[in-house]
Design a protein around this ligand. Structure first.
Ligand SMILES: [Zn+2]
Length: 248
């Protein structure tokens, strides 16, 4: 299983798995280090499960420990295949993106890919948190490029959701899967953010506070993204400037 989701959710997750199989969970795989995804694995260890994560996640847990997060037993650098019976889950690291150990999951036999938190059906989206502290903007384009190429090589056609969309409380707009083209759509969103950040700054549209003036921004290219909030664009672009100017 992947991402135990927290100390409250993990026991429920375990019961839900027990409802469909008597087999114990052998491996708990982390998508990245954020606590909202990976706390709670303890409940699976009692049955002998081992925890797997990309090696930079393990480094992060050692400098920033959380008693609710189990540190990994098995780490990998660029790729790893988890095998259980005749099933295989591919773990692929394409460099920093959403955190510095974000791992893309694939089930090639079924053409499935999951990019936790970054790409979520049914639509490419605006980031929920405008300060995007969890994003490494200057690595995102390479990450998406590599992910898109990998998906094409391996005939991946479907993206699996990792969360309910922010405006899907009613159930409408929420979806478990979507076409792999959503990866391209999400990449296009970030490309537009980078390009607008540069062109607005070149045009003198950034104040001494480091915030873009919205009248300089070509807003039309953003308003179709799920969860669009134009008032968040200055904070998002400020984060991009910070990364390019200061490396942080
Ligand atoms: Zn995250």
């Amino acid at each position: 299983m992947t991402d135990p989701l927290g100390i409250d959710a993990a026991p429920k997750y375990k019961r839900a798995i027990a409802a469909i199989t008597d087999a114990p969970v052998k491996y708990v795989v982390y998508s990245h280090y954020h606590w909202d995804r990976v706390a709670g694995a303890e409940v699976f260890l009692r049955d002998g499960a081992e925890v797997i994560a990309q090696e930079s996640c393990a480094e992060r847990f050692s400098v920033n420990p959380n008693p609710d997060v189990v540190t990994p037993d098995i780490t990998f650098e660029t790729d790893y295949v988890v095998k259980v019976g005749d099933q295989q889950l591919g773990l692929n690291y394409f460099g920093p993106s959403h955190s510095d150990c974000m791992t893309v999951f694939t089930v090639e036999k079924q053409g499935l890919m999951q990019i936790v938190d970054l790409v979520n059906p049914p639509a490419a989206a605006f980031p929920e948190n405008p300060t995007i502290p969890y994003i490494r903007p200057h690595n995102l384009r390479e990450f998406f490029q590599r992910t898109i190429e990998f998906a094409a090589e391996r005939n991946i056609d479907t993206v699996v959701a990792s969360r309910v969309m922010p405006d899907a409380a009613s159930g409408a707009g929420s979806s478990a899967t979507g076409p792999v083209s959503l990866v391209n759509d999400q990449a296009a969103f970030w490309n537009a953010i980078f390009e607008q950040s540069s062109s607005v700054r070149a045009a003198g549209g950034v104040g001494i506070d480091g915030l873009v003036r919205l009248e300089y921004v070509d807003l039309d290219q953003f308003d179709d993204y799920a969860g669009y909030r134009k008032e968040d664009l200055p904070s998002i672009m400020r984060r991009v400037f910070s990364y390019y100017d200061m490396g942080r």
